[in-house]
Design a protein around this ligand. Structure first.
Ligand code: NDP
Length: 400
C-alpha cells in the first residue's frame, strides 16, 4: 500500500470554537496530520495547554504581555514551540513553506490578511472566516485562482452545498451554476434563539440570551450574528463567491432543526440535501480529508428521533439585518465590506451592553447609507473601506 505523506496543518484561531473542534478532529488522525502552528489573540493559557499537547513548531499570539507569559510557561515545561508575536507573524506561519493546510478560523476582519497570505502561498485553505470572503470576495477569489490555492468551505451550509454540487467544480466556477444544471441553492438557517420571540421583546434581549443558540455552540460574535440573522446574509454573500452564484440564485430557508445543512436544486427538479448532527467537526473533517472521508467523532444522526423537519420563509421585519445583507449582496463592490465592518462594531457594542439588540440593524443601515460604495481594486482599498465604516459606526453609536 502507498504511504500517504503526513500533512502539516496551521490552525489560525486555535483557541476559538472552530479551532478547538479542528484540533479534536486532527488528534484523531496522527497518521495523517501534524500540527505546524497554532494562533490566538490573547488567550495564552489555553494556547499553552494546546502547545503542550500538540507540540507545534510555532505559536502566534497578538498581545505582547501574553506572548511573554506563554513563552515562559512553555519553557518551564520544556516545550520547544517557538512563540511569535503579532499580525505579521500570523501571515508568516500561514504562508510558511512547511505548512500544507491552513484552517482560517480567526473571527472577523482580523482574519483577512493571514487568510490571504495562505491563499497567496497556494495552500489548501479551509475557510471558516467568512468575513474575509465577504469583505474582499472578488480580489480573494482571483487570488485563489492565480496562486492555485485550494479553497474549501467550513461553514456547515457551504460545506453542505459543496457536497451537493457536481464534482466538476472548475466548470461552475468558470461558467456559472446554470451550465452545471443547477437551478438554485437553498441556504438553510435555524432562525436563531429569537425566531418566535414577540417582536416587541427584541428590544430587551441580553447578550447572554443572544449567545444561547438553540442548536450550535459557537463563538460570541457569530452567535449574535445568528440571532440577528446577519450571519445568514454574510453566508449568502459567501455562497455567491464560493460557488459563482448570483444573489437571486440563493434562497434563504428557515429550518429550525438544523439537521439539513443546505440544499441544491437542479434543473430536472432534483433537490439534494446534506444532513447531519449540528456539530462542526463534520464539515471540518470533510474539508481536511477531501476528497477522501475520515472519522470526525460526530455521533450518527438518529433520523427516527429527528422525526420532523420544518421549513419556512425568513421574516424580514423580525430580521432587518438579513434584508440589509441581501441589499449589500446585490450592490456588491465595497457594500459587503461596509456591512461587515459596521456589524462588527455594532455587535461588540451590544456584547458590551452599550447598545440594544435592535440597534445593531439601525447602525448598519446608517453606515451603509453614509458611505460611498466603489469597486475595490486592491486589498488596501478594502481595508481602508473597513476602517472608514468602523469610524462611521462608532459615530452612529455615539449619536444614539
Ligand atoms: P471564536 O470567537 O470562538 O474564536 C475566534 C478565534 O480567533 C480565537 O482563537 C481568537 O483568539 C482569535 N482571534 C480573535 N480576534 C483576533 C485577532 N484580532 N487577531 C488574531 N486572532 C484573533 O470564533 P468561532 O470559532 O466561533 O468563529 C471563527 C470563524 O469561524 C468566524 O469567522 C465564524 O464566522 C466562523 N464560523 C464559526 C462557526 C462556529 O460554529 N463557531 C460556524 C461557521 C463559521 P482568542 O481566543 O485569544 O480570543
Amino acid at each position: 500500500m502507498m504511504q500517504r505523506a503526513i500533512q502539516s496543518v496551521t490552525v489560525l484561531g486555535a483557541t476559538g470554537s472552530i479551532g478547538i473542534s479542528t484540533l479534536d478532529v486532527l488528534a484523531r488522525h496522527p497518521e495523517r496530520y501534524s500540527i505546524f502552528a497554532l494562533t490566538a489573540d490573547c488567550k495564552w493559557q489555553l494556547l499553552a495547554v494546546q502547545c503542550l499537547q500538540y507540540h507545534p513548531r510555532y505559536a502566534v499570539i497578538n498581545n505582547e504581555a501574553a506572548a511573554k507569559l506563554l513563552a515562559s510557561e512553555l519553557r518551564e515545561h520544556g516545550c520547544k514551540t517557538e512563540v511569535l508575536l503579532g499580525v505579521e507573524a500570523l501571515a508568516q506561519v500561514a504562508a510558511h513553506a512547511d505548512t500544507d493546510v491552513v484552517m482560517a478560523a480567526i473571527v472577523g476582519a482580523a482574519g483577512l490578511l493571514p487568510t490571504l497570505a495562505a491563499v497567496n502561498a497556494g495552500k489548501k485553505v479551509l475557510l471558516a472566516n467568512k468575513e474575509a470572503l465577504v469583505m474582499a470576495g472578488g480580489l480573494f477569489t482571483r487570488a485563489v485562482t492565480e496562486h492555485k490555492a485550494t479553497l474549501l468551505p467550513i461553514d456547515s451550509e457551504h460545506n453542505a452545498i459543496f457536497q451537493c454540487l457536481p464534482n466538476h467544480r472548475a466548470d461552475y466556477l468558470a461558467q456559472g451554476l446554470v451550465s452545471s444544471g443547477v437551478r438554485k441553492i437553498l441556504l438553510t438557517g435555524s432562525g436563531g434563539p429569537f425566531r418566535t420571540l414577540p417582536l416587541a421583546d427584541l428590544k430587551h434581549v441580553t447578550p447572554e440570551q443572544a449567545c444561547a443558540h438553540p442548536n450550535w455552540s459557537m463563538g460570541k460574535k457569530i452567535s449574535v450574528d445568528s440571532a440577528t440573522m446577519l450571519n445568514k446574509g454574510l453566508e449568502l454573500i459567501e455562497a455567491c463567491w464560493l460557488f459563482n452564484a448570483r444573489p437571486e440564485q440563493v434562497q434563504v430557508v428557515i429550518h429550525p432543526q438544523s439537521v439539513i445543512h443546505s440544499m441544491v436544486e437542479f434543473v430536472d427538479g432534483s433537490v439534494l440535501a446534506q444532513l447531519g448532527n449540528p456539530d462542526m467537526r463534520t464539515p471540518i473533517a470533510h474539508a481536511l480529508a477531501w476528497p477522501e472521508r475520515i472519522e470526525s467523532g460526530v455521533a450518527s444522526l438518529d433520523i427516527i428521533a429527528t422525526a420532523r423537519l420544518d421549513f419556512s420563509a425568513p421574516d424580514y421585519e423580525r430580521f432587518p439585518c438579513l434584508r440589509l445583507a441581501l441589499q449589500a449582496a446585490q450592490r456588491s463592490a465595497t457594500a459587503p465590506a461596509i456591512l461587515n465592518a459596521a456589524n462588527e462594531v455594532a455587535v461588540a457594542a451590544f456584547l458590551n451592553s452599550n447598545i440594544r439588540f435592535d440597534q445593531i440593524a439601525q447602525i448598519i443601515d446608517e453606515v451603509l447609507q453614509r458611505q460611498d460604495v466603489v469597486e475595490p481594486d486592491s486589498i488596501a482599498q478594502v481595508i481602508a473601506t473597513d476602517q472608514t465604516a468602523r469610524q462611521l459606526a462608532h459615530a452612529v453609536i455615539e449619536g444614539l
